[in-house]
Each structure stands twice: as C-alpha cells, then as structure tokens.
Design a protein around this ligand. Structure first.
Ligand code: PMP
Length: 466
C-alpha cells in the first residue's frame, strides 16, 4: 500500500454511519446535531502497523485496533486465506459437535499453557469471563452445598461489559447507572504501587497488597469464597504491573483457602507482554481458569476462550449418575469455525516470526524512550508496563500526584492523532484518574515505528503542557 487506500466506495458511508450506527464509547450529540463538529472516523483499510481513514489519511496505530487486539498487524493474507478455506468447507456447527480447526487450535493453544488442558469456545472476553464465573458457581453448588459461591475481583480491574462482568468490575464509573448488580462479587484492593495504599516499597508492598486479599477472604469467610479473578497486568485500570512478591503470595493464599484462581488474559494474552505467551507465565502462577479474547485471532475473527485445567474439568465429569452433572451452557457463536481457523494461523505467525522476542525487545526499547520523555516532561508522573503494553500516567504535580486534567490528557492523544499516530487514553472510568496515555502497538513493531510514536507524544506533550 502506498499511503492511500485502495479504491473503496465511500459514497454515502459517512451519512449512513451518522444516521444509523451507535458507536461504542461515544457521546453522539456533537456529531449528529445541528452543531456537528466532526465526521465520525471510518477506518477503511489496514496494512501492517498502519490504517487509513475515509479521507485517505494514514495513521500509525499504536493501540492495535483501539483496544489491544490486532497483535500480528493488519492485512495478513495467510489468516484471511485460512479463514476463507475453512468457511467454504464448513462455516459453522454448534451444540455438542466439535470442528477440525477447533480441535487443532485447542491442541496448539494448550501446548503453550503447561498445566492447562481444556478450551471452551465463546465470542468475547466478557463471555469467556462469564463462563468461568458460571463454572465457579456450579462447582459451589456441586461440591459445597452452594456455599463457596463468592468471586473476588480487584479494584481497578475490568472483566467485561455484561451485568455480571461489571459486578466484578473494579472501575466504578463503568457500573454507575447499570445497577442493581449481581450479588456474590467482592472487591479486593488494587496492587498499584504508584498510588500506594501502604507506606511500603517493592516486595514489601507486593506482599501487603496480596495480604490485603487474605484479609478480605477472612472477613468474608474462606468457606464462602470460590474464586479470585485478576488481570496479570491491569489494562484499562491504568496499565498496572504487579509489584514483586505479589503473585507468589496470591497463589499461596488461593491454595491455603482452596480458592480457584481465574486469570483474565483478555488483554495480556497471546504475546502482548513479551517472551511468554501469557502474562501470568512471567510470574510462575498456576491458574485454574485462563480467559482470553482480543489477541487470540488478532481480530481476524471473533473468538474468545475460557481455558481450564483438568482439575476444574474433572469436577464436571466425575458423577455420571447425576443428570445435571455437566456444564449446562452453550455459546451459539462458539461454533463458528472462522475463529479457531484464524487463531491457529495467528499463533503460527507469532511463533514463526519470533514475535514474542520482538515484543520484549521493542517493549524494553519503548519503555526506555518513555522514561526519557519522563525526564523531559514534568507532567509524566509514572511510566510502566510490560512488553508492548505500556502506559504513561500524567499528573498535574509530581509530588502530590494529583492527576492531570482529563481534557489536557485527551488533548495530547488528539494532537498525536492529528500527527497521524493513534494512541489511547486509559482509565477513563475511574473518576479523577483518567490520565494514563496507553500504548499497545502490534507485536511486529519496529524501532522506527516506536520512534515515530515517541516523537508524536513528545511534540504533543510540548504543545499541550509546554
Ligand atoms: N477483560 C479485560 C481485561 C478487558 O480489557 C476486556 C475488554 N477491554 C474484557 C475482559 C472484555 O472483553 P470484550 O470486550 O471482548 O467483552
């Protein structure tokens, strides 16, 4: 592609979009009223790290499709061909049957996840998490007389958009106006050292944050707590990397109280954090559930999975005399074959192109560059992340850590956008904390791509904050 989109028929598209599409996360008033300021952005094409909009403008995508999804980049013929071939052979069959790509992909995925053994197909991160929540509830009924039904979730974490998932959501504003919530979800404190809750540092901080989970368990009653659901690195809550010592203690606590550990890898999964396939694998954690979505097929098809170990699976198979002793659940589009066909190629690309290694290399480079920006711009209070999953938190004052004003943070993202670089602003759902610039370029990013992203951010920070 030479910088402008191919011959796309765009006639009437913007008008149709304005009239009929209800966009995610948007207040439409400014678009559709008499004072309409801007056209909706229509992304028309993508290749590699870049996308083109309806005006033919090229953008370097530093957020992998907006929300950490297109891990292998745009325009992968190999995935498109695999999906096309599969669709012509068999597009769909659900219920109790399996499929060729479903079986092959499951085998390949499990080979990357020692200790795990079963893949349950769904279509979104939310739904994958719901499946795990349902399994926990059913285990409580089957094994513990319904008692061990509570699911712990962490402040600032996010697990999806359904009513149950926002009941398990640690970002209050996302839930406002959608209550009443599902009972049985209990919040534990976050582990973010930059906005510390304890006057401790490093490993001591990590242990304190993990011990705070134990306190909640003891207060609730360990025999009422069935599972703990956590993101390995919190994404939308502000790109929060766990402090040292945190994860081993979390694992220990789960074992001590017989609590199932559910890791939400919807963002971190499939290479995003570098070196390892999954975020939890950096920390030596042995989960019972791992849920994943975005990067599983890099957005070439909708596919998400709830992966369990054999211990969880067996709990649903052990009593064949009981007619209710199976997971009474189905997902219509869990039977689409395009998902696993795309996902299989996606994994092969990551392997063959060494993208886990590239992610670590480029992620380390980008982290260094962001740290250099922090030395230059006082407005950057903290820089953090893992692999190609990074955040720069903007503050009005470094000593008090008062968050930078949201409109200024948005102005930085807006200026980057005007320069042709799409970056994200995270944590917009926590009042007063909507102040983290977010970067998650595709795992194919090169040094030149990173330099372009950093340069745009540098210029935007200078323009907005001086
Ligand atoms: N878990 C996490 C950590 C997420 O960030 C998201 C989405 N951003 C979800 C779950 C929900 O995924 P989906 O939007 O596919 O339902």
């Amino acid at each position: 592609m030479d910088g402008k989109p191919l011959d796309n028929d765009l006639s009437g598209v913007v008008e149709a979009d304005r009239a009929h599409v209800w966009h995610h996360l948007i207040q439409h008033a400014g678009w559709t009223g008499p004072d309409a300021k801007a056209d909706p952005r229509i992304i028309v094409e993508g290749k590699g790290m870049r996308v083109w909009d309806q005006h033919g403008k090229e953008h370097l995508d530093a957020v992998s499709g907006g929300v950490w999804t297109v891990n292998v980049g745009y325009g992968r013929e190999r995935i498109a061909n695999a999906v096309r071939d599969q669709l012509l052979k068999l597009n769909y069959f659900a219920g109790t049957a399996g499929s060729i790509p479903g079986a092959k992909f499951s085998e390949k995925l499990i080979s990357k996840m020692p200790g795990m053994s079963r893949v349950y197909f769904t279509n979104s991160g939310t739904e994958a998490n719901e499946k795990a929540f349902k399994m926990v509830r059913q285990i409580a009924h089957k094994r513990y007389g319904g008692k061990k039904y509570k699911i712990l979730y962490r402040d600032r974490d996010y697990h999806g958009s359904s009513i149950a998932a926002i009941s398990a959501g640690g970002q209050d504003q996302r839930g406002e106006q959608y209550g009443p919530f599902v009972p049985g979800f209990v919040r534990v404190p976050h582990c973010m050292e930059y906005r510390a809750q304890w006057d401790l540092e490093g490993e001591e901080y990590g242990l304190a944050a993990a011990n705070a989970i134990e306190e909640v368990i003891l207060a609730e009653g360990p025999d009422t707590v069935g599972a703990l659901c956590l993101e390995p690195v919190t994404a939308g809550g502000g790109v929060i990397t766990p402090p040292p010592g945190y994860w081993p203690r979390v694992q220990e606590i789960c074992r001590k109280y017989d609590i199932l550990l559910h890791i939400d890898e919807v963002v971190c999964g499939v290479g995003r954090t570098g070196t390892e396939w999954f975020g939890y694998q950096h920390y030596g954690v042995e989960p019972d559930f791992v849920t994943m979505a975005k990067g599983v097929a890099s957005g070439y098809a909708a596919i998400a999975c709830c992966v369990t170990n054999e211990k969880v699976f067996d709990m649903f198979q052990d009593d064949t005399s009981d007619p209710l002793n199976y997971f009474r659940d189905i997902s219509t589009f869990g039977g689409c074959t395009a998902g696993p066909a795309a996902a299989l190629e996606n994994l092969a690309i990551i392997e063959e192109e060494g993208l886990l290694e590239n992610t670590t290399k480029m992620g380390d480079y980008m982290l260094d560059q962001l740290r250099a920006l922090k030395d230059k711009h006082k407005v950057i209070g903290d820089v953090r992340g893992k692999g190609l999953f990074l955040g720069a938190e903007l503050v009005a004052d470094r000593s008090t850590k008062e968050p930078a004003q949201e409109k200024m943070v948005q102005a930085v993202a807006g200026d980057c956008n005007a320069q042709g670089v799409i970056i994200g602003v995270m944590n917009r759902s926590v009042p007063g904390f909507n102040n983290t610039l977010c970067y998650s370029p595709a795992l194919i990013a090169t040094k030149d791509d990173i330099d372009q992203i950093i340069e745009a951010t540098d210029k935007a920070l200078t323009k907005v904050f001086g």
